[in-house]
Design a protein around this ligand. Structure first.
Ligand code: ATP
Length: 287
């Protein structure tokens, strides 16, 4: 393994269709043409990191179907190493997304192959040369817990984007270098941001949407303002862009506040374009 960043998480095909209104039970409505987009929190995070120049491998699973090939191609075209993306006997994970004219999404996620990312996949990992492991939660929780333990024992820094909030063993929380949550998730976990550290991680980042992010460390809280953009087009995947870019910079040796400032730039650029992965900027675009 030569990649300095390992991302463990999901890869999904997002099937998006516009509808005038949502069907009620037993009803059929006609929608627009289906748009197929590469998604999944793990894949998004890995792509965001690769686009800004990280050497990154995704640890995950897709099915042996057409969507699986499409997701692999999309990851590889962004420079993500897919050698650790296994082909499962289950179908590729799919998010069925309907969008109504008011812009609201309704989503059904079928995890499929993502549910097969297992303890043995983690046991097969070599952390040689890795600086950072970043995990998100659309794969089995026990696999994430196992991976964080293994990375921490190997001296690899660990980042967890805890979205949605799930209950983690106290030991896993103590093994985290950086816990990333948005402000709603932070409120579910602790009474104030400083108290997030009492759960065990060495540091925490609370993302605050258009207000930026807060970096919480023993030494205090540093607010990282959002970069103002001319027009917010689509915030889908902004959180994954932030996590990916932050991990990329941490793997390069930035300190946490420097990495968060860079991640805020990447995430801001991502909201100016449609989609998640297609909206992620390159290092040259970040400047
Ligand atoms: P999502 O679930 O939509 O991916 P999230 O809730 O995990 O997002 P947010 O806090 O909404 O995460 O956004 C992540 C980061 O993206 C923020 O910390 C900020 O840096 C950037 N960001 C989000 N919205 C905007 C915006 N309107 N303008 C500039 N930057 C933004």
């Amino acid at each position: 393994m030569t990649q300095t960043l390992l991302v463990l998480g999901s890869a999904n095909a997002d099937l998006v269709v516009e509808v005038g209104r949502r069907p009620a039970g037993g009803e059929t409505v006609l929608g627009g043409d289906t748009v197929v987009l590469p998604g999944g929190k793990g894949a998004n995070t890995a792509v965001a990191a690769a686009r800004v120049g990280a050497s990154v491998a995704l640890v995950g699973a897709v099915g042996g179907d057409g969507y699986g090939s499409l997701l692999r191609e999309s990851l590889e075209s962004s420079g993500v190493d897919t050698a650790l993306v296994k082909t499962s006997s289950r179908p590729t994970g799919i998010a069925y997304i309907t969008v109504t004219p008011d812009g609201e999404n309704s989503i059904v996620v079928s995890p499929g192959a993502n549910a097969d990312v297992s303890l043995s996949d983690v046991d097969a990992l070599s952390f040689d040369g890795a600086a950072v492991l970043t995990c998100s939660l659309e794969v089995p929780l026990e696999t994430v817990v196992h991976a964080i333990g293994a990375a921490s024992r190997a001296g690899v820094r660990t980042v967890l984007n805890l979205s949605p909030v799930a209950e983690l063993p106290a030991e896993t929380l103590r093994q985290l270098t950086v816990l990333i949550v948005n402000e709603h998730e932070a409120a579910q976990l602790a009474s104030d941001w400083r108290s997030l550290l009492e759960l065990g991680p060495s540091s925490a980042i609370v993302t605050l949407g258009s207000r930026g992010a807060a970096v919480v460390q023993e030494s205090g809280i540093v607010e990282v303002p959002a970069i103002e953009v001319d027009e917010v087009v689509d915030t889908t995947g902004a959180g994954d862009a932030f996590a990916g870019a932050l991990s990329a910079r941490l793997a390069e040796g930035d300190d946490l506040v420097q990495a968060a400032r860079y991640a805020a730039k990447v995430a801001a650029l991502s909201v100016t374009k449609v989609g998640a992965q297609p909206s992620y900027p390159t290092a040259a675009e970040v400047g």
